[in-house]
Design a protein around this ligand. Sequence first.
Ligand SMILES: C[S@@+](CC[C@H](N)C(=O)[O-])C[C@H]1O[C@@H](n2cnc3c(N)ncnc32)[C@H](O)[C@@H]1O
Length: 262
Amino acid sequence: MTEAQIDKGQVAASFSRAAHSYDQAAAFQRQVGSNLLARLPAQLQPRAVTDLGCGTGYFTRQLQMHFAQPVIGLDLAEGMLQFARSQQAGQGDWVVADAEALPLRDASQDLLFSSLALQWCPDLPRALSEARRCLRPGGYLAFTTLVEGSLYELQAAWQQVDGFVHVNRFSALASLQSQLAAAGFARWHCDIESHVLHYPQLSDLTRELKALGAHNLNPGRPGGLTGRARLRALTEAYEAYRQPAGLTATYQVAHILMFKEA
Ligand SMILES: C[S@@+](CC[C@H](N)C(=O)[O-])C[C@H]1O[C@@H](n2cnc3c(N)ncnc32)[C@H](O)[C@@H]1O
C-alpha cells in the first residue's frame, strides 16, 4: 500500500478500538504467525528479540516461551499494547512506536519478528531499512505480509456494485520482491502461501474484519453509510464466490526471511 493510501492515525485508532475483540476473530492470523514461527532457523539462539506490530501480544508471548527470554512487543496502536500488557503483567516491554521509525539502538537486535503488520506500512523500504539498522550482524528479520490477490473476491464484488476500491490495496509480489532485493540484506527468501477461508454469509466476513480492526481504511472509499440497497447488491455479487463450504475469502501471504551479513 502506498503513502497516499494509509493514514497511520486511522490505522492506530482502528486497531486500538479492536483490541478487545481481536483475539476471538484471529484464527487465520494465529495460523499465519505460527507458520512463521515454525520457519525460523532451527539453530537460532537470539539474545534480543522484538515483535513488530505485535497487536495483542500473542506471538510476543509465544516468542518469549520459545526462546525462554523477555521479548519487546512494539505496535503503533496504544490500545493494543494496553490490552497486551493486561494479558501479561510485568513481563517484557511494550513500546508504542512505528515500524518505520524504530526507537531501538543500532545493531541491538538478533531477531525482528513481525506477522501481518508490515502491510500497513506506507513505506515498506523505510521499515526494512530500520530493521536492518537495528539488527546485529548475523541477525534475522522474519515477517509475513499480504500481497495482491488478497480479498480479491470482496474487491471484485464491490467493483460490480459501485466501481469504488473498498478493499485495501496490497502490493504486487514483483514489487515486494524488488523492495526486498533493494533493502541491502545479505540473503533473503520469500515464498507465498495461499489461504482460502470460508464463511456462511458475507456478514460473517465483514464482522470478522471489523473485530480485527482491519476493515477498509482506504481513502478511495466513498463517504457515507453503506445503504441497504448497496449492501444487498454486494451480498448478491459476492454469491459468485460461493462453494459448498461457503463464501470464499482468499489471502495471499508472503513469508519472508532476511539475513543481515555477519
Ligand atoms: C493484523 S494485526 C497483527 C497483530 C499480530 N502481529 C498478530 O499476528 O496477531 C496488525 C498490527 O500491526 C500494527 N501496525 C500497523 N501499522 C504499524 C506500524 N507502522 N508500526 C507498528 N505497528 C503497526 C497494528 O496496530 C496492529 O496491531
